[in-house]
Ligand binder design. Sequence first.
Ligand code: TRP
Ligand code: ZN
Length: 466
Amino acid sequence: MRSDRRGVALVVALVGVLACAPADGPSTTGPRAGAPGIGDPDFPKDGNGGYDVSHYDLVIDYTPASKRLVGVTTIAASATQELSAFNLDLAGLDVREVAVDGAPATFTRQGDELTVRPAGPIADEARFSVKVSYSGVPRPIRDRADLGTYGFIPTADGAFVTSEPNGAKTWFPGNDHPADKAAFDFTITVPAGVTALANGEMSGKPTTSGGKTTYRWRERHPMVTYLATATLGKFELRQGRTSGGIPNLAAADPRFRSSLDRLYTTSAELTDYWATVFGPYPFGSTGGVVDDYAAGYALENQTKPLYGGFDPDESIIAHELAHQWFGNSLSIRRWKDLWLNEGFATYAEWLWAEHKGRRTAEAAFTDYYNRPATDEIWNYPPGRARPDDLFNDSVYSRGAMTLHALRRAVGDQTFFALLRTWAADHRYGHVTTDEFVQLAEKMSGKDLGALFDAWLFQPRKPSALG
Ligand code: TRP
Ligand code: ZN
């Protein structure tokens, strides 16, 4: 599900005309191999070109004792060019078999790219299916100091799965970049006694036979790959609905049993509160999961934020649930726009403290603003997240300050109407910083160019109000 595909097709066509390359390279007509990246210059190999995924069907069997995963992923996609071959992202694991539209396809592996060559070409705009059978011991990504360990992380009793920014490829083959969103079905088989928690809602009761239990989950709303999870382990559950009527599921590893009730009630309260501030909750259920993996961080996995090894406080629950609107329903097309996720979710923490009468957003803003001009957030412009330091504090806190500076400039009424319009206009879609600036200018009737430039793009401390 990508909305920019006509633009991409046009650019590819023009490049083809200009390059006039021989067969199987770029050419104006005839089948060509899809690009190995989706076109994010900061992450050139992430995602893939030439097709657009609409649905992932993930069938997974996982054995915690051996850490072995046996998977079959079936992808429904449509071509955005005539394809002789295309790539999927997959890190490690052994591929046994690939079929395209039910017919065996040949494949090769190079780094984290799985290249699939179907028996015959796929026509432009044709819908097709890819079925990949694979297995092995998933290895999370841990080679980047700034990002920590992420992806499918085996734990003593199961797995802790947080894949931002590009760790989905550690456990299933796909188009691993937020520019391509899709619906997901999960069929997860684990030893009896282990619980499997994936996104969305259960699509049938768990069934047990031969000492194994199979769980089925469905996320019917578009989801980016990094928000997909199959968190496995021993969990205590609490289920019900929020006061506003949204199904709510909280889960806690037995070691965090004492967090369960608070996680449940706080998640319910925040989901309902954000719906009054940001507009209707975008998904079919809410909740959260606390696992005993000592990640020290949380991830906003769609419908099921995951908290790693700590008792989450209201502030972080406010943050992860705000992401359900900003980051999950509205997704970034390029990683450089990450402040549209993290600046908004951090500002939501300030809004929650303000709502509870603990500290106004103005006071939070001032605390940060009082950091000396030598503080490193002032030389990192948050409107351009850097691939080598994607999750810099500036993307979070100076991103949030940007929203507060905007609120001061346009007034509360316009500011909160803007947040709701932004969430409504791009529900389940993609967003860019330019689109946000344009909407802010349109709704306020003000020229906000200087404000956004000072707060988002300059490597220095903005003057008082920007
Ligand atoms: N998006 C997460 C948050 O703001 C932080 C995060 C970034 C993360 N990369 C991650 C969490 C990888 C888990 C794994 O809460
Ligand atoms: Zn966040």
